[in-house]
Design a protein around this ligand. Structure first.
Ligand SMILES: Nc1ncnc2c1ncn2[C@@H]1O[C@H](COP(=O)(O)OP(=O)(O)O)[C@@H](O)[C@H]1O
Ligand SMILES: [Mg+2]
Length: 269
């Protein structure tokens, strides 16, 4: 269970998360939705203990991590893995080196066991034939799948994904989405998937949380989200219905701002 209670986080005096509370039960997959700059990545970094909140409580499996010394954070973080936006593979290492990186560093397992875990993880994402390849030889979608294999190699209980389908073609988007669904159904992992892609969110999540400018706007099921009538939610879900006239732009508070509809055209000579 991941629980935030009244978490506040500021950057340079500006609030980025305001009184933010959430609960993610173990074994569930939750999507965190919202526009750019809303605070989604910040939530993931707080869960990993890479950032500290200014106030509030963050509990992982009942243990308060706010104020925990780094050495006590290490075993908690060891049960979690993050699939970073942009994959974040090491360019100078092969796929094998990338996927096994954390296991080789930890030196808990013998090399043959690490090799088996690396191959199993790559099989799961359908890339067992890329062991010797360098990241530069892979497509964006393959890199993302290697990043998922790297997360899986440590057999985490929790996987955090930051925009896992951003910039991918429809086939790779489908493959990544299916992998996340399988990890939920077959492995019962706890997964937190940050995305602004509605189709992905609808497909994978038991529950959706929508974040807007550091506030939680919504927390519930897909069906509940679709009928929500907060104007900020409606604009996010169906901009084509809300921002209909030319010159309509979303306003900060969910309203609509209309600016001059046409630009001056030079009159014909
Ligand atoms: N390390 C940082 N230093 C200063 N500002 C930051 C930092 N990280 C994030 N921010 C700011 O916090 C806000 C939320 O960022 P982020 O959590 O990355 O949003 P999202 O992932 O929803 O796009 C943004 O305005 C961003 O510029
Ligand atoms: Mg982000």
């Amino acid at each position: 269970m991941i629980r935030f209670t009244n978490v506040c986080k500021m950057f340079h005096g500006r609030p980025v998360l305001k009184d933010f509370s959430l609960e993610i039960p173990s074994g569930h997959t939750v999507a965190i939705l919202g526009g750019s700059g809303g605070g989604k990545t910040t939530v993931l970094r707080l869960i990993l203990g890479l950032l500290r909140p200014d106030s509030g409580s963050i509990r992982i499996d009942g243990k308060e991590i706010v104020g925990l010394p780094e050495r006590d954070m290490v075993p908690i973080r060891a049960r979690m893995a993050m699939v970073f936006q942009g994959s974040a593979l090491f360019d100078s290492l092969t796929v094998r080196g990338n996927v096994g990186y954390r296991l080789y560093e930890e030196q808990v397992f013998a090399d043959d066991i690490i090799e088996r875990k690396v191959v199993e993880s790559l099989c799961f994402v359908g890339l067992e034939d890329t062991l010797e390849k360098m990241p530069a030889e892979l497509s964006g979608g393959m890199k993302k799948r290697v990043a998922i294999a790297r997360a899986l190699a440590c057999r985490p209980k929790v996987i955090l994904y930051d925009e896992p389908t951003a910039g991918l073609d429809p086939i790779n988007t489908h493959l990544i989405t299916e992998l996340i669904c399988r990890l939920q159904k077959e492995e019962r992992l706890t997964q937190v998937v940050v995305t602004h892609d509605l189709d992905t969110a609808y497909r994978i999540a038991d529950r959706l949380i929508m974040v807007h400018r550091g506030e939680k706007l919504f927390d519930g099921t897909v069906d509940m989200l679709k009928i929500a009538d907060d104007p900020r939610i409606r604009t996010f879900l169906r901009p084509q219905e809300v921002l209909t006239a030319p010159g309509c732009f979303p306003d900060k508070d969910g309203g609509i701002r209309v600016v001059a509809p046409a630009m001056d055209k030079e009159s014909p000579a």
